[in-house]
Design a protein around this ligand. Structure first.
Ligand SMILES: Cc1cc2nc3c(=O)[nH]c(=O)nc-3n(C[C@H](O)[C@H](O)[C@H](O)COP(=O)(O)OP(=O)(O)OC[C@H]3O[C@@H](n4cnc5c(N)ncnc54)[C@H](O)[C@@H]3O)c2cc1C
Length: 285
């Protein structure tokens, strides 16, 4: 299909982009991996595209003085995979299976987060890690917690006139283990069920903190707080992991579609939650 006619403007600076974002009929384009297919199908019909793809200030990964990692919104999956971010076990697991080589070379972190596809992998990783999403508009900077940012299918807390500029991950820690386990669609790589898990043992043998997030299951990626609560205070025996995982889709209306009906997805949510937690604990040493 061929998209409707649209105007195209390449932003030369972040300020120029921010001046244009939010005007009626205007859409930002980064890698174009999600937006262009929607335009070709005429499910999205922007009158003007503002291309932010060459804004150098939004690219790259840097370590902040407090040890956190800041990932520029225009960083591609391929760039992320060779950055210090790959040392986060769950990111190292998730990145190679996202899309194909073209998608990983063009698709950006900011685009994935803003688009909020219900089966997108990265939002689950960010939720489990308690990441922050930094946005800018002409009005200033806004920092969103990942938890609460993904509000529904293709819907986020981002305001119309905001651009995501950066994602911040907490610094790596020795007492944490993390993993990502997913059942992927063969053709696209999108998750039928994807589970990001991080478990922390501060001092003793019991789990003191856990971040468990699922994608592909409900309307939007979400934190499985009942699983997290069930893990706290136990040592992560196979029985306790299996019991905690049974809460994987508590309170969630589970999707059913051509790839998996809701009953199968519910079962896979439990199975892959168990696998992700076990793998995360295995990395704690
Ligand atoms: C064949 C195929 C397979 C795929 N497989 C997977 C998969 O296995 N797992 C997975 O998670 N994803 C998958 N994807 C989706 C892919 O991850 C996203 O398309 C990509 O990351 C989006 O980034 P982009 O830069 O291309 O965004 P674009 O397509 O340019 O933009 C997407 C949306 O985000 C907005 N946007 C972009 N950047 C910003 C910003 N900085 N601030 C605010 N809004 C912004 C745009 O306005 C648009 O609404 C697949 C895509 C394709 C085409």
């Amino acid at each position: 299909m061929i998209p409707n006619l649209f105007d195209y403007q390449r932003a030369a600076s972040l300020d120029e982009a921010l001046a244009l974002v939010g005007s009626p009929g205007t859409k930002v384009i980064a890698g174009g991996m999600s937006l262009l297919p929607l335009m070709k199908l005429r499910l999205a019909n922007p009158e003007r595209l503002v291309d932010i793809g060459r804004l150098a200030e939004l690219k790259g990964v840097r370590e902040l003085p407090d040890g956190r990692l800041a990932i520029g919104a225009l960083t591609t999956y391929s760039e992320l995979a060779v950055s210090p971010a790959r040392h986060y076990g769950l990111l190292g697991d998730a990145l190679p299976d996202i899309g194909d080589v073209q998608v990983r070379n063009r698709g950006t972190v900011g685009g994935a987060v803003a688009h909020c596809d219900p089966a997108s992998d990265l939002p689950a990783v960010l939720l489990a890690l308690d990441a922050e999403i930094v946005a800018r508009s002409k009005r200033g900077e806004n920092v969103y917690a990942a938890d609460g940012f993904f509000t529904g299918a293709f819907s986020t807390a981002l305001a119309e006139d905001e651009l995501i500029t950066e994602i911040r991950l907490p610094g790596p820690r020795d007492d944490a283990g993390s993993a990502y386990a997913s059942l992927a669609q063969r053709a696209s790589g999108y998750s039928i069920v994807g589970v990001a898990a991080i478990v922390i043992k501060e001092g003793g043998s019991a789990i003191t903190k856990a971040g468990i997030a699922l994608t592909g299951v409900g309307d939007a990626p979400y934190r499985a707080k009942a699983v997290e609560a069930a893990l706290i205070g136990n040592e992560g025996t196979p029985e306790s992991i299996a019991e905690a995982a049974t809460h994987a889709s508590d309170g969630v209306t589970v999707n059913g579609d051509i790839h998996a009906d809701s009953e199968y997805r519910t079962a896979m949510a439990v199975a892959y939650t168990r696998r992700a937690i076990a793998a995360a604990l295995g990395r704690l040493g």
